[in-house]
Design a protein around this ligand. Sequence first.
Ligand SMILES: [Zn+2]
Length: 134
Amino acid sequence: MARPQKSRKVSNPPVMKGFKPYGMPACQAKPLTLKFEEYESIRLVNYNDMSQDQAAELMNISRPTFTRIYNKALKVIARSLVEGKAIKIEGGNYELDKEWYRCRKCYKLIQGLENHTKCKDCPNFGEEELIRLS
Ligand SMILES: [Zn+2]
């Protein structure tokens, strides 16, 4: 039986649901999946210029676990780039440190309880239009 995995802390969910390659015929192949914690590892190290040690600490995981997640993320991105495959960012074993919602209409991310009753950019849409991410 597999050891239960500790959930990884994710501070910022991605602003989009994934990527599609440009200049490829309509993708019939199954998209690759980038898990939320894999996305977060790239965001922390390559976007925020953190060391892997800092990033591991922030995500509340060990350095070897972080490195495994990070290498997996790089592999997914490399496969997408080389094979021209779409990426879906979803799933994983993670915990968002704040409440996040996504507007179904404009896909905007909305953070926190005080802001979640509706999307400011879509005034005609109410609470039912928000998808809870955490
Ligand atoms: Zn909206």
